[in-house]
Ligand binder design. Structure first.
Ligand SMILES: Cc1cc2nc3c(=O)[nH]c(=O)nc-3n(C[C@H](O)[C@H](O)[C@H](O)COP(=O)(O)OP(=O)(O)OC[C@H]3O[C@@H](n4cnc5c(N)ncnc54)[C@H](O)[C@@H]3O)c2cc1C
Length: 388
């Protein structure tokens, strides 16, 4: 950007970004499109698809080339999540969690040894998951109860995690536990937990409204032994890792939301031209034209907030407020747009024979995970008004 006297338009892509976006777009349409309905019905991510995501470099977008990654930018990761979610928001979230949460946490907080051990795997074949939430601690995440006690050269972890995305497929978990529940957030520590560590298991899988092909499971830790060297960052500093990775993650959820909103809008706009009532295409009625125009305008506005927050992250400027705003706004837009897309389809939109009902179901999660809309509003208000 520095060679431009005036910054580029936010939606204007560099040559590399455009090529990358087009590759992901083609891949999503050709390789994921035919699988979407079956994966939603079976609540199962196609295992072949995950391998293809690795082969295409989409699971290690920001991992430097020296570790086998694509050496790309955060903005690239955002473009990938948007394009994948345009076709399937479940595929979008697999890539989102991998890049914006797990890889980001490793890149930012991992020591040289941890990077050497894990980054090549994350780029090649290991799915990552991010385990913060528990049954009694969602919005109040730092009230978590999973305990970690140092015994010899290992930490011994006991407790349960809930709602963990990617957990069925994952080989590595960035998992938060407390060294001392009485210490509040100051006890929280991040651990790198491999799925084969003794005492670790993946429990019940949730049967969900949307993003059904994305696995969401409970994690069970029963005297799970984690070597001391698998503490990510410093003991007692896990809260900082959680907050800062989620700040980045929220931009990814914004990207997921604008991607799926655009997918639904495209179907609705096409259908409006094809469907005839009163002897003409419904797209000829101003009522429908205005709905299509309103949806497109909201998607454009949301996309600008996503791209701006992502560009701010890559530029190294503070983006916390913008990340909260983009997740809040993009998830509102996604819910409205996907709902209107069903209305444009009329009764057909309400059936599973057409693609729009799935977009609407998938949109709902945007207001819930990585901090509910109320928690985004609380963050924004605090940054605007100060105070606690
Ligand atoms: C499909 C799915 C995938 C997920 N993936 C992951 C994952 O990979 N890793 C992970 O760690 N977690 C994950 N989560 C958990 C998710 O982040 C939590 O569900 C979310 O943070 C909300 O927590 P909760 O469900 O306990 O709701 P609660 O915190 O109980 O909230 C219930 C309601 O109360 C409101 N509320 C709570 N506190 C306040 C307040 N102070 N002011 C105003 N309103 C408030 C909330 O906004 C919400 O409307 C996932 C959840 C789902 C459903």
């Amino acid at each position: 950007m520095s060679q431009h006297a005036v910054p580029m338009a936010l939606t204007q892509l560099g040559e590399d970004e455009q090529m990358f976006r087009d590759t992901v777009r083609r891949f999503a349409i050709e390789q994921i499109g035919p699988l979407v309905r079956g994966m939603d019905e079976s609540q199962q991510m196609d295992p072949g698809l995950i391998k293809k995501l690795f082969d295409l470099g989409l699971m290690g977008i920001e991992i430097p080339e020296q570790y086998g990654g694509a050496g790309g930018t955060f903005f690239n990761a955002i473009l990938a999540v948007e394009e994948l979610s345009r076709v399937d928001a479940s595929a979008g979230v697999v890539v989102d969690v991998q890049n914006t949460l797990v890889n980001n946490a490793l890149l930012r907080w991992g020591n040289a040894e941890q990077k050497k051990r894990y980054l090549p795997k994350m780029a090649a074949d290991t799915v990552g998951a991010y385990a913060l939430s528990e049954a009694s601690s969602g919005s109040d995440a730092f009230a978590l109860q999973t305990r970690a006690e140092l015994k010899g050269s290992d930490y011994v972890l006991n407790g349960r995690k809930l709602w963990i995305t990617n957990s069925k497929e994952a080989g590595l978990f960035v998992l938060f536990a407390t060294l001392d529940p009485a210490a509040g957030y100051k006890g929280i520590t991040a651990f790198l937990v491999e799925k084969d560590f003794p005492g670790f298991s993946v429990g019940k899988k949730e049967d969900k409204l949307g993003i059904r092909a994305s696995s969401t499971c409970e994690l069970i830790l029963e005297d799970c032994r984690v070597p001391k060297e698998n503490v990510l960052g410093e003991p007692g500093k896990g809260y900082k890792i959680a907050i800062e990775t989620l700040n980045e993650g929220r931009i990814g959820i914004g990207a997921q939301m604008i991607g799926l909103a655009r997918g639904a809008w495209e179907f609705a706009a096409k259908y409006a031209v094809e469907r005839k009532q009163f002897g003409k295409a419904i797209a000829e009625f101003q009522g429908i034209q205005f709905q299509i125009a309103q949806m497109a305008t909201e998607i454009e506005a949301a996309r600008l907030t996503v791209y701006n927050a992502a560009r701010m992250k890559d530029a190294g400027v503070n983006f916390v407020k913008e990340a909260a705003m983009t997740k809040l706004f993009a998830s509102q837009v996604a819910e409205r747009v996907t709902s209107l897309a069903i209305e444009v389809y009329g009764g057909y939109g309400f059936t599973k024979d057409y693609p729009v009902e799935k977009y609407w179901r998938d949109a709902k999660i945007g207001k819930i995970y990585e901090g509910t809309s109320n928690m985004q509003l609380a963050t924004i208000a605090k940054l605007l008004l100060g105070g606690k």
